[in-house]
Design a protein around this ligand. Structure first.
Ligand code: SF4
Ligand SMILES: [Zn+2]
Length: 457
């Protein structure tokens, strides 16, 4: 099963004249292409106002307010109005960032002095309004760094949009707490330097954007760009990094939602209660493709729809759980594999435990492959109990039933995980009843492992 996640286009100039006649069609195509969130930056007062208007009229659209470096010479004329509309928009939730601002030493349409003054002013405004800043940089890396050093990264962070710099500039941004946004240019023939920028940026720091109407990705290159073309960039990013495109959808949308503080309709339930336990649905992604996986046959369990359009942040999970002491257990399970989101599990579990919750982790036992670390070391004080999907008494049956993407490394890894987990916390294994598996044989195998077996229907 492929998750039905939405994408966030973190930068689309829907205020451009080229969208004047067919904006509704453009937005309809965006929705059909799973692009559920769009951030529309402002270039001056009139486009900032228009961005806010579009945001008010359409679900999933948010505005940013700013003066483009090309027009930086207008700062004195426009700053008071820009500040006013940014403040009002931030209060009513339509404005989620300051920008676009930055420096463009390629076109130099405003003088460098004017650009520097305007950029400093925008970063200061982002500090004041507690909004992230959207930074445009073209041939101006050193001065971008100096201004940020001088004024400081806003508490709400920021993004290097339409990234075209080299590896060092990407690293500098990440070290300074900024995110990096890639556009359709990654589908063009890139220089080795620019390419390494896309590869070294961790997925959780990565945003994607169309920068519509410019820079349409291959295979639409040369056409007017629009948000519906964002999946081409997502697919290229996944191919470059050799990861699932679902990971790009899930993580870039999460990063964008966290940066811009954008709430979302999850589509499915992120928590659900069954028999006194509260289950947390963190992800629909999994590294196995079990033949009996309920995701293949149904949209959820116990009457709950668990198909997500986006994954919850740790804060959203903690808020949804509320008072954990009302439940016997808080179970991190997901309609997928929770350790794919181990950092979020840790963050949420820490807060829930502090509030008196008892934490169980339901996992496929492949976290060592998924995270490249031994997560059991983090269990003390965080996870009270673990349930591992074993499903089979030997490697052959396991591979036949669970079809792990890690191939023949998976079975030994599951057994190793069970041993490590049981040395630290209460651990059990589980199996789903299946005609090819003898329950008693699995039970004896579990006994040999030194853990109890839970059989599911
Ligand atoms: S491990 Fe669980 S979520 Fe993943 S495919 Fe198997 S049954 Fe489905
Ligand atoms: Zn732009």
């Amino acid at each position: 099963m492929e998750p039905d996640y939405i994408l966030c286009d973190s930068h689309a100039h829907l205020t451009d004249n080229s969208f004047a006649n067919d904006l509704d069609d453009v937005l309809k195509r965006a929705r059909e292409a799973q692009v559920g969130i769009i951030v529309v930056p402002g270039n001056d007062i009139s486009t900032s106002e228009r961005a806010i208007q579009i945001a008010k009229e359409h679900e999933g659209i948010y505005a940013a307010v700013g003066l483009h470096p090309h027009d930086a010479r207008l700062l004195e004329l426009e700053r008071n109005t820009l500040e006013h509309i940014a403040r009002v928009g931030a209060n009513d939730g339509t404005v989620v960032a300051v920008g676009e601002t930055g420096l463009d030493y390629y076109y130099n349409l405003s003088s460098r002095e004017d650009q520097l003054a305007a950029f400093r002013w925008h970063v200061g405004l982002a500090h004041e309004l507690d909004l992230p800043v959207i930074i445009h940089s073209r041939k101006a890396e050193e001065d971008i760094k100096s201004v940020i050093k001088l004024v400081g990264v806003p508490t709400a962070s920021g993004v290097l949009h339409c990234f075209s710099g080299d590896k060092d500039f990407a690293l500098w941004g990440i070290d300074n707490g900024l995110q990096v946004s890639f556009s359709g240019t990654i589908t063009f023939n890139m220089t080795a330097d620019a390419e390494s920028g896309t590869k070294i940026t961790p997925l959780r720091k990565t945003l994607i954007e169309t920068d519509s109407p410019y820079l349409a990705p291959v295979p639409k290159r040369g056409k007017r760009n629009e948000p519906a073309y964002l999946p081409f960039t997502a697919e290229k990013l996944a191919a470059d990094r050799d990861i699932h495109v679902d990971d790009v959808y899930a993580e870039t949308t999460l990063t964008a939602r966290e940066l811009f503080q954008i709430p979302v309709d999850f589509g499915g339930a992120i928590i659900y209660e069954i028999g006194g336990n509260l289950y947390v649905n963190l992800t629909n992604r999994c590294t196995n493709r079990c033949v009996f996986c309920i995701r293949e046959f149904s949209d959820g369990v116990g009457g709950y729809d668990l198909r997500l359009r986006a994954e919850p942040t740790a804060t959203e999970i903690v808020e949804a759980v509320g008072d954990p002491s009302r439940y016997d257990e808080i179970v991190f399970c997901g309609y997928g594999e929770p350790t794919i989101r181990w950092e979020t599990v840790k963050e949420a579990a820490r807060a829930i435990k502090k509030a008196g919750g008892y934490i169980r982790l339901n996992t496929n036992g492949l976290s060592a492959q998924i995270t490249d670390t031994d997560i059991t070391k983090g269990f003390p004080g965080l996870v009270d109990e673990v349930s591992v999907s074993l499903n089979a008494p030997d490697a052959g049956l396991y591979y036949e039933l669970c079809r792990p993407e890690f191939g023949d490394k998976a079975w030994p890894a599951v057994l190793d995980f069970v041993q490590k987990a049981r040395a630290i916390v209460k651990t059990r294994v589980s199996m789903v009843r299946h005609p090819t598996v003898d329950e008693e044989v699995v039970r004896r195998f579990a006994e040999d492992l030194g853990v109890p077996l839970k059989v599911r229907g």
